[in-house]
Design a protein around this ligand. Structure first.
Ligand SMILES: [Zn+2]
Length: 337
């Protein structure tokens, strides 16, 4: 009888501990990204995890530009920090999911194609170099306290819902450029950086971009300021402000941005003008006044790839993350990596 009770107790104990043994290392891995030593049970967990694991990019080495340190973190934990740095949390969930897939793809592309860019690291947290990233602590501190938990859950949920999803063209992760607001039409990269471009990055139109604060902006420079800025890189610059066409847009790009503008005796690309005058995009018109020039700008960013406000606008129309991605990147597939 004693033996029977003991046996029943043992069975009860096993019934409780076996699931724990199966789930704890798994959860620990998903949350903290710790690499567990393998035993037979964990091997089972690894097999179930393989279904959404990245074959070689489970963890990445992130270079923190400001502190000059390298941190090793799980890819998706890194992506929480990227998505919450790159896109407003009040955007639609499908837009955040699209951003997560795009950011994961961009990360893997960068790791595969920019080896040696950062010594001892895969990618950095500087938005002007690789991709913006913010720590959870810093992110939460920037949100009002009552919304912190809800906001973070939304970001984590969007990334986790896209686990392992990567955009490929002919089987390879794409160079998944993205920007803030296209001004209505995106831009092939050849018009921004030259080169041969990519077949999946063409000019596409998105309705609804004008509903966002990123759409329209203005920069006013005094004529003297403008002249000084141009002389920084063109020492032979001259301009006669009395001439009716002393500033003239000569050519537009496929995405309606300024391709070439003539200012005084100097011809420059719209991209150069954007940089020189601090404009949000190369999609601009200008107004010459008595003592100043005002640039009226549409859109925000280089205009290549996915527009974030465009993604949100499409999500509001009921489009899924996958549909949003197919809108901005041509003839691509979204696969589990
Ligand atoms: Zn970088």
């Amino acid at each position: 009888m004693k033996k029977l009770i003991l046996l029943v107790l043992l069975l009860v104990l096993l019934a409780f501990t076996i699931p724990i043994l199966f789930t704890i290392p798994f959860q620990g891995k998903a949350v903290a990204g710790e690499v567990e030593k393998s035993n037979s049970m964990e091997l089972e967990n690894q097999i179930s995890e393989e279904a959404y694991a990245y074959s070689s990019y489970g963890e990445i080495k992130l270079y923190h530009a400001k502190t000059n340190t390298v941190e090793t973190i799980p890819l998706d934990t890194y992506l929480y920090g990227v998505v919450s740095a790159e896109m407003p949390v009040d955007f639609e969930v499908e837009a955040l999911k699209a951003q997560a897939i795009v950011a994961r793809t961009y990360t893997i592309y960068t790791i595969s194609n920019s080896a040696g860019k950062h010594e001892g690291a895969d990618i950095c947290d500087d938005s002007t170099c690789c991709q913006a990233w913010i720590s959870k602590e810093d992110r939460l501190a920037k949100w009002e306290e009552a919304k912190r938990e809800e906001n973070w859950k939304k970001i984590v949920g969007a990334v986790n819902a896209t686990k392992g999803k990567v955009i490929v063209y002919e089987g390879k992760p794409i160079n998944a450029f993205f920007h803030s607001n296209s001004g209505g039409t995106t831009e092939p990269p050849v018009n921004v950086w030259g080169g041969t471009g990519y077949p999946y990055l063409q000019a596409v139109q998105t309705a609804g971009e004008e509903n966002y604060s990123q759409y329209a902006s203005e920069v006013t420079l005094s004529k003297t300021e403008l002249e000084e800025k141009i002389r920084q890189s063109h020492s032979d610059f001259t301009i006669n402000w009395q001439e009716p066409e002393c500033i003239k847009i000569l050519e537009y790009t496929d995405g309606n941005r300024v391709k070439t503008v003539k200012i005084g005796n100097i011809e420059m690309s719209g991209v150069e003008a954007r940089t020189l005058f601090g404009l949000r995009s190369a999609n601009f018109t200008f107004l010459i006044q008595e003592d100043s020039v005002t640039f009226q700008v549409k859109g925000y960013g280089h205009g290549v790839g996915m527009s974030q406000t465009g993604a949100d606008s499409l999500a509001k129309e009921g489009k899924s993350a996958e549909e949003i991605i197919h809108h901005f990147y041509q003839n691509v597939e979204i696969i589990s990596w």
